[in-house]
Design a protein around this ligand. Structure first.
Ligand SMILES: C[S@@+](CC[C@H](N)C(=O)[O-])C[C@H]1O[C@@H](n2cnc3c(N)ncnc32)[C@H](O)[C@@H]1O
Length: 376
């Protein structure tokens, strides 16, 4: 850090400290010694940067639906505590803190109203952040794991493993409360150029496809809808698979689509034409990725194909906040970036050979593999 940086940080520290002075530093005259006011400002600035209370409080408010209840006309702490199913005294601390962050205002009768800054916490805001921020949500749970970042920095493993002792997807499946979170996530949109799977691959002669790690069914339903001849199987861990089954039935596709709860580290339903792996391998290191590919290869046998539609997040790590994004992704997944060459090599190690390659976009590639003849 340059001298100029240090001074401007200290200045920023003073401005922050004036509003929300963190409570870490109790400085007495004997401590002060030769310290200057700038030293103090730096300490306060750093403590402010590291403060966890603000994100925890905002996310707690999102989890409890505080903004929705206030917007529905409940303004007093007792009424809000009843709606939020919390203790009134602790909720009052939370509400007063949110007011100090200028998200709430006092209404003049001892209650609270929302300030404009809190509008994105409302569930019906067009750009609502409520679902993304709530601690019992699919992304909230994953964000919370950032407190295990030290494990990632030491080992390269996901922060979730460090904090909770198991991977994110396993924990999502083991905790029944997460089914609701997965349900709220719904079918979702096709992301990271997943349209490529539907549009750039020739599905006309394919009769059956297994979507391995197919999540809640967004990709599989997008394949089955325009291809009435195609039959689908979705494999995913049990909780996610249960939600997928509901979505597939909701889309009226249950006659052509089965759901097979299970792990892609175990044998997969065998004998289908295509085994699709979309955005799967980034969550796993090379050794695990080869094991998944081998499971696909053994189920595909001599006649089936493995269609690897992998995602490369290198582009996401560029730009102004690149370092932040890189750290975040590395905390979430061991391998956010793999080149097409590396994917070919993993396929080869799993006993597969490339039979077709589709277009490559900045975030997505499509590689079709068949089982190598010598191993078939
Ligand atoms: C990053 S998501 C990709 C979802 C989907 N294929 C897509 O492209 O949007 C990873 C998926 O793998 C599933 N998954 C994780 N571990 C699994 C396992 N051991 N067996 C089967 N599915 C698993 C997760 O539940 C999740 O649905």
């Amino acid at each position: 850090m340059t001298g100029t940086d240090t001074r401007s940080s200290a200045g920023a520290g003073r401005r922050h400290a004036a509003r929300t002075r963190p409570s870490y530093t109790v400085v007495t005259a004997t401590h002060l010694g030769a310290l200057t006011m700038d030293d103090l400002a730096r300490v306060e600035h750093l403590a402010e940067l590291a403060d966890l209370v603000r994100p925890a409080a905002i996310r707690t408010a999102a989890t409890l639906g505080v903004a929705d209840h206030i917007a529905a006309g409940v303004h007093d702490t007792t009424g809000l505590a009843r709606r939020c199913e919390t203790r009134a005294d602790v909720l009052d601390s939370l509400l007063r803190y949110l007011a100090s962050l200028e998200l709430l205002d006092r209404d003049g009768n001892g209650g609270y109203v929302l300030r404009d800054a809190a509008a994105p916490l409302l569930s019906d805001h067009p750009l609502s952040l409520r679902e993304a921020l709530r601690l019992d949500g699919v992304t909230g749970r994953s964000d919370t794991a950032l407190l295990g970042l030290v494990h990632t920095v030491r080992t390269g493993e996901p922060a979730h493993v460090g904090l909770f002792g198991r991977g994110y997807w396993d924990s999502l499946n083991e905790d029944a409360t997460h089914v609701e979170a997965i349900e709220r996530a719904g079918l979702g949109q096709l992301v990271f150029d997943a349209e490529l799977i539907r549009d750039a691959y020739d599905w006309s002669a394919v009769r059956s496809v297994v979507d391995v790690g197919g999540n809640t069914g967004a990709i599989l339903t997008s394949l089955l809808r325009p291809h009435p001849h195609l039959r689908g199987t979705l494999v995913d861990l049990p909780s996610v698979a249960r939600v997928a089954a509901g979505n597939i039935a909701g889309a009226g596709l249950e006659d052509r689509c089965e759901v097979a709860p299970g792990s892609f580290f175990d044998p997969l339903p065998a004998g289908r034409d295509v085994y699709l792996l979309s955005a799967i391998l980034g969550d796993w290191d090379d050794e695990q990725a080869v094991r998944i590919l081998r499971r696909c290869a053994e189920a595909a046998g001599e006649t089936g194909k493995v269609l690897l539609a992998d995602v490369n997040l290198e582009m996401v790590m560029r730009g102004e906040r690149a370092a932040r994004m890189e750290l975040l992704l590395r905390a979430m997944m061991p391998t956010p970036v793999r080149t097409v060459e590396e994917l070919r090599r993993l396929g080869h190690e799993a006993g597969l050979r490339v039979t077709w390659e589709g277009p490559v976009t900045p975030v997505r590639s499509l590689i079709e593999f068949s089982v190598q003849e010598s191993r078939a």
